[in-house]
Ligand binder design. Structure first.
Ligand code: TXA
Ligand code: MG
Length: 334
């Protein structure tokens, strides 16, 4: 398949998005930017197009896909009922990086829901994503744009390598703002389960949903509601170790064993790792978790082109956005 790759600008935006919308309408695949990570999109009502998403990504068929909408009317095409709590969340956080799990309409394909009776929906705030969905006139089903098991793509370059030849078009808009995938949540029996942490944090959800309890889904029974979490994820090609203290010491020990070492560190600590250059990636300021999350997958992918035996990465406090950052790092190191 020939892949059309375009860097989107103010000048070509209208033309590019019209072409992309036409591809979606005629059953093709388009990679597009969102505020979290890039998505690999297809018309949610076109089963053939949905099947192509799974083959392009090498994705297991029981892993359901998030559906992206541009306005609340489109939600009615996907679900019959929206609860009071769900309404509160929509008012507070849409458009934005929050995915809500609803009971799905019967007509919605099992390919999207991975056979579950539910459907995960979000309304992205990225204006390019918004415009594309609007012009396509249909909700767009889109997993993250990456080969299954690899870190999500957060720049055009990440995606060229993996998906050229497998999709009809790639819209490159530079770095994603947030850099980690949306928060996914499900409300059941007066309990709010965070199935995947993201930029909408537990604290932000609690403020809106008080007095409802918000908890992170941890055990197997809870996570059966989010099949994606059982697969290996976000993995760089080399082994990854997350280090909470004395990273220099750990690096010394491994160096003595003649291992090639990669370092993921921050502005505050980078001077300690001069001798490991060029295999050093500086994420940004430790005290600015937005900066850290934005560069996280770029850091993991950096070592695809800087081959090492083991990557050591600084750890971050599991608070606020730090929960999502550490969730992805923990999974990448499994
Ligand atoms: O930020 C994001 O959410 C990005 C952008 C493109 O929007 N998308 C994304 O999609 O991360 P994906 O497919 O890589 O991850 C979707 C996650 C998986 O963990 C999947 O299991 C879960 O959402 N999910 C999808 N549908 C679900 C459902 N009906 N019930 C529970 N979890 C669901
Ligand atoms: Mg993904």
């Amino acid at each position: 398949m020939q892949t059309k790759i375009v860097k989107i600008t103010d000048e070509n935006k209208k033309e590019v998005l019209e072409k992309a919308a036409n591809i979606i309408k005629s059953g093709g695949l388009v990679v597009f930017p969102t505020e979290t990570v890039y998505g690999l999109g297809a018309n949610v009502f076109d089963e053939k197009a949905l099947a192509k998403i799974f083959s392009a990504k090498g994705r297991p068929s029981d892993n359901p896909i998030i559906v992206h909408i541009s306005d609340e009317d489109q939600l009615k095409e996907l679900v019959d009922t929206v609860s009071e709590q769900q309404k509160k969340l929509i008012n507070a956080f849409w458009p934005g990086p929050l995915t809500i799990v609803f009971e799905k309409k019967k007509e919605i394909s099992d390919i999207v829901s991975g056979g579950l009776p539910t459907i995960a929906v979000r309304m992205p705030s990225n204006p390019i994503a918004h415009e594309l969905i609007y012009l396509a006139g249909v909700p767009i089903a889109a997993p993250s744009a990456n080969i299954s098991g690899r870190p999500s793509g957060t720049t055009g370059e990440h995606i060229y390598d993996e998906l050229t030849g497998k999709v009809d078009m790639i819209i490159d808009a530079g770095f994603s703002d947030i850099g980690v995938e949306s928060t996914v949540l499900r409300i059941n029996n007066e309990q709010v389960l965070i199935l995947r942490p993201g930029a909408i944090t537990k604290e932000m959800l609690e403020k809106i949903l008080f007095p409802l309890a918000v908890i992170f889904a941890k055990d197997r029974r809870e996570l059966q509601f989010s099949p994606g979490t059982k697969y290996r994820h976000y993995a760089p090609k080399a082994k990854l170790e997350i280090i909470s203290e004395k990273m220099e010491k750990r690096a010394e020990v491994l160096k003595e064993k003649k291992l090639r070492i990669g370092i993921i560190t921050t502005k505050q600590n980078k001077d300690s790792f001069e001798k490991y250059k060029p295999n050093v990636f500086v994420l940004g300021d430790r005290n600015n978790l937005e900066e850290i999350s934005q560069k996280l997958y770029d850091a993991l992918r950096f070592f695809d082109t800087h081959p090492v035996d083991i990557i050591l990465c600084e750890s971050f406090p599991k608070e606020g956005l730090g929960v999502a950052i550490m969730d992805r790092l923990d999974r990448a190191s499994m």
